[in-house]
Write a protein that binds this ligand. Structure first.
Ligand code: SF4
Length: 327
């Protein structure tokens, strides 16, 4: 591990000052400390923000559900409002990492976590994300777990977060505070960036900006929702494929559909073509299968992950059936 200094701050303005001067924010530290040990990350200054007042889960005047950036994953998963209104979020969190990590890791940190690509974590391998311009060892290497959607010649790594898939499906927004005190919010779909030719730029974050909350918009029609994760083993493993599904069915017809996939894209992958197939139709096993056929549209598999194309379709179909019912 490279030498670094760490400052604990109690006030948001102190955090922003430190961020403006190049300090790197840390809270749960469950990803960053790992990467520092492996010398993949080498921050010189850490700013411990875990005492900042960014912890609550509240409902805004508009009825949106606001989850503070420093809410622990376990707290968010257990929160009665999250559990009853958006079970897809609770389930995605509970299927992530381990109980110990969920007790430490925060929502803000979760969406900021870096890829699990093994070449990224191996400092002897070429990796454009770790060292821009050095190449991508995964393209010609072992790429079974890598992306089939949204990749570029520069990078084919998947985004590892489960709850980010649920946030993408529900069209959440990320709230940010800049060093000059300016607030802004970004659609979740725009916050995480596809690699293009600059895979080291992973989020739409300006220098020194702090994530303050993730907000899930109120849905006037109640949604039935859930998350399915397919992985090589049943615990403490990242998704090969996953599906976040939320549906509103009334009068025997699908009125609203929100679907996103994980484990397959360089970012959580919203599936608008699947959603369009569902709206206005009567729920049936045939409908779920027909809609899921669109899930892998545009996929460009690599040598070792061709199986993900079919697996993704089946994951989406199965989760539509679980949420929408079998008939
Ligand atoms: Fe690095 Fe991305 Fe290639 Fe993995 S896929 S080696 S993270 S550039």
């Amino acid at each position: 591990m490279h030498p670094f200094s760490i400052t604990k701050v109690a006030h948001t303005r102190d955090a922003l000052n430190a961020g403006r001067n190049g300090g790197r924010y840390i809270a749960g530290g469950t990803t960053l400390v790992d990467l520092m040990r492996e010398t993949v990350e080498r921050p010189r200054t850490l700013v411990d923000i875990s005492d900042l007042p960014l912890r609550g889960i509240t409902v805004t005047g508009r009825g949106d559900l606001r989850i503070g950036a420093l809410v622990r994953m376990a707290e968010a998963a257990d929160h009665p409002r999250v559990r009853t209104t958006f079970p897809v979020v609770s389930q995605a969190l509970e299927l992530s990492a381990s109980a110990q990590l969920r007790n430490m890791a925060t929502i803000g940190g979760n969406i900021m976590q870096r890829t699990r690509c093994t070449y990224f974590r191996d400092v002897t391998a070429a990796c454009n994300k770790r060292e821009p311009g050095s190449g991508c060892a995964a393209r010609e290497g072992i790429n079974r777990t890598h992306a089939i959607l949204g990749a570029s010649d520069s990078c084919v790594a998947t985004h590892p977060s489960d709850v980010a898939v649920a946030f993408a499906a529900l069209e959440a927004r990320v709230h940010l505070l800049g060093p000059d005190g300016a607030e802004r919010s970004v659609d979740f779909a725009d916050f995480l960036l596809r690699p293009g030719s600059t895979p080291h730029h992973e989020q739409d974050l300006r220098s020194g900006e702090l994530i303050t909350a993730v907000e899930i918009p109120a849905h006037p029609r109640p949604l039935k929702s859930g998350y399915l994760k397919v992985r090589d083993r049943q615990s403490y493993e990242f998704a090969l494929t996953s599906a976040a599904v939320a549906l509103h069915v009334r009068g025997g017809v699908v009125r609203e559909a929100k679907v996103a996939a994980g484990g397959v894209g360089t970012v959580p992958w919203k599936l608008p073509a699947v959603e369009r197939q569902l709206i206005g139709e009567r729920p049936s096993d045939a409908l779920w299968a027909k809609a899921a056929e669109q899930a892998a549209d545009g996929a460009r598999p690599l040598e070792h992950n061709r199986f993900k194309v079919e697996l993704l379709k089946r994951t989406v179909e199965r989760q539509l059936r679980i949420v929408g019912g079998s008939r």
